[in-house]
Design a protein around this ligand. Structure first.
Ligand code: ADP
Ligand code: MG
Length: 230
């Protein structure tokens, strides 16, 4: 128990640090990218190719940071009450073109007016990371379903995919810093998601079967003000 707590404190410190660094690195990256693009215009032949490679690597660095920070800025929490259904639909809309491109059917079900309390951008970051993983794991013509259910005190969001699934070993490693099975993966997406959901007072759980698919369940406490009003 003691060990577990120490580990949690350590992980928290590491991820706070990593998030701050990611945030600070993003701006200079954008500036350098802009100049590279400008300089490339005057170059032909080999030099032009070198600029292309440099820009490509810059884009990759940016992608890693956006896993982390697309929405979630560290140290600037803006906690508000929001309707889960509305936020979910917005994120599904954002990811629909990506799902179409990958030939995966992305569907959302359930509609209620349940509200939760969180930094909206951080919550969106979680949903993007998890739904994107589901699409990435799913082969052509597969399905990703997002469902929303509620009872009096909690709201349950499930993201189910018909993808490649995970072994028990993978399941125990998921959420660990830099654990990834993808060629160009970072392992940051799930790590950040676990942290944000824990901060919201919720839980994030994975169930998976190799070659069958994965189910991610997020359980969040509903905003208590609503309960008081009932
Ligand atoms: P990344 O996507 O960069 O690899 P993540 O933290 O988002 O990092 O995911 C970590 C790992 O967890 C992935 O590399 C993959 O092995 C596994 N994973 C996450 N979601 C799923 C899923 N829906 N189906 C199968 N594997 C998954
Ligand atoms: Mg990911």
């Amino acid at each position: 128990m003691q060990e577990e707590m120490e580990r949690a404190v350590k992980m928290n410190a590491i991820s706070e640090l990593a998030a701050s660094i990611a945030h600070e690195v993003r701006n200079p990256l954008t500036v350098v990218k802009g100049f590279l693009q400008l300089m490339q215009k005057d170059e032909k032949g080999k030099n032009n190719d070198y600029f292309s490679i440099a820009l490509c690597e810059m884009n990759r660095a940016e992608e890693i940071i956006s896993d982390y920070l697309n929405f979630a800025k560290p140290h600037s929490k803006n906690v508000q009450v929001m309707e889960v259904n509305q936020v979910l639909r917005e994120i599904v809309n954002i990811l629909t073109p990506y799902a179409l491109k990958e030939n995966v059917e992305l569907k959302i079900e359930g509609s209620n007016k349940t509200t939760v309390r969180s930094d909206q951008n951080q919550f969106k970051q979680v949903l993007i990371n998890l739904i994107k993983n589901a699409i990435e794991a799913t082969p052509k013509n597969g399905k990703v379903n997002v469902d929303l259910e509620e009872d009096k005190t909690v709201v349950k969001i499930t993201i189910t995919d018909t993808g490649k699934g995970m072994s028990n070993e993978q399941l125990t490693n998921i959420g660990t810093l830099f654990y990834s099975t993808k060629d160009k993966g970072t392992g940051l997406g799930t790590m950040v998601s676990f942290r944000i959901i824990a901060e919201m007072g919720g839980t994030l759980r994975y169930e998976s079967k190799v070659n069958v698919g994965t189910k991610v369940t997020i359980v969040l406490p509903v905003d208590s003000n609503i309960l008081h009003n009932e």
